[in-house]
Write a protein that binds this ligand. Structure first.
Ligand code: 3JN
Length: 340
């Protein structure tokens, strides 16, 4: 039988995540018939490649989606709000990487290893949301623990790479690092403070409660993905001077008792997880090792002796791949294989 092929759009194609989406479509041999790359008017006209062929980036308009089946979006929340409904109206299903639609009760929020069944909800509005990078890698690791032991509460601290803020932030970390090592004055633009040789407990904007939006994304999205509003979640999200991969310290209070050994065994078998846990031999997940990979790396699994049912773990993943592009393309693959 002839394999079904799809007309595919990458919206926000010239950004850090958009370029990675293009690579993921290629690596995963997504069944593409025609491809179209869209951007704002600023980047329209640029040339990118797909499968060795030049593709000219076009400006996104409401008419861009006619005749296309699937659009993967990483064009920012405002563009998603403006154009995703137009795409859906044209019959083109959107998988959106921004926060614009994540908490809409009619729109599924999907991590394929955790809640693939939710993809079916694309039928409601023709849109599927991709979670925040910090949420994705955490729920991939927590999923088997949640299924076997239940989760009462999570206490999270993140250590997030600058690539989460885009290309300008990658340049800013490099320039500041060079300037400091050359005893030059440091310029700040993307972040409110110097990021080189520093840690900023500040990701996205702050709310009246004192929490940042990034912290609340972890709270709300985790509950939506597990379909469990009873999980207690509290987070501190921190930007650190690393280029790629987010790291997370996660304290888990389980409902039923879990030993560290049991959790390690679960991680060995978990979909999308690689266990790296031999600390006496200096083996644990590292940002620089996770970069360029699609897996979520877990280690430092140990009992929290301060409570009855506590486990601590360290979770690392490439924030541009599993945290964004890979997860979005995996959702598109599920959609293409099972639903379109
Ligand atoms: O800062 C990070 O490491 C992740 C950044 C994510 C981000 C950046 C700007 C806008 C998002 C997101 O995915 O939640 C958004 C947004 O769409 O709100």
């Amino acid at each position: 039988m002839h394999k079904k092929e799809f007309n595919v759009i990458v919206a926000g194609a010239t950004g850090v995540v958009g370029k990675q989406m293009i690579e993921c479509l290629e690596e995963r041999e997504f069944p593409v018939k025609n491809i179209k790359f869209l951007s704002s008017s600023r980047s329209a006209g640029k040339k990118l490649q797909f499968m060795g062929e030049d593709v000219v980036v076009e400006e996104m308009t409401r008419d861009s989606f006619n005749g296309y089946d699937i659009a993967v979006f990483s064009a920012g929340g405002a563009a998603s709000k403006q154009f995703a409904p137009a795409a859906a109206d044209s019959g083109c299903v959107v998988v959106d990487n921004s926060s614009a639609w994540r908490m809409d009760p009619d729109i599924p929020l999907v991590v394929p290893e955790v809640n693939p069944h939710a993809v079916a909800g694309y039928k409601n509005k023709g849109i599927i949301a991709n979670p925040n990078c910090s949420t994705i890698q955490m729920v991939v690791a927590l999923n088997p623990v949640y299924r076997k032991f239940g989760i009462k509460r999570l206490v999270i601290s993140t250590y997030q790479a600058v690539s989460g803020s885009g290309k300008k932030a990658l340049d800013e970390l490099l320039e500041q690092s060079k300037d400091i090592l050359n005893f030059k004055e440091v310029k700040t633009d993307v972040y409110p403070h110097q990021i080189a040789f520093n840690c900023l407990p500040h990701i996205d904007s702050f709310l009246d409660t004192g929490y940042s939006k990034e912290e609340m994304k972890m709270v709300n999205e985790t509950r939506k993905i597990f379909e469990d509003d009873k999980i207690g979640v509290t987070a501190t999200t921190v930007r650190i001077p690393v280029f790629y991969s987010h790291s997370e310290s996660v304290n888990i209070e389980t409902l039923k008792h879990a030993s560290a050994e049991q959790v390690k065994q679960l991680m060995k078998d978990a979909d999308g997880v690689e266990l790296l846990d031999d600390p006496v031999n200096n083996i644990y997940p590292l940002a620089i090792d996770a970069a360029g990979h699609d897996a979520t790396f877990v280690g430092r699994i140990r009992q929290d002796e301060s409570i009855e049912n506590g486990i601590n773990m360290w979770i690392v993943a490439d924030n541009i791949r599993k945290g964004a592009a890979t997860n979005t393309v995996q959702i598109a693959q599920l959609l293409a294989e099972k639903y379109l």
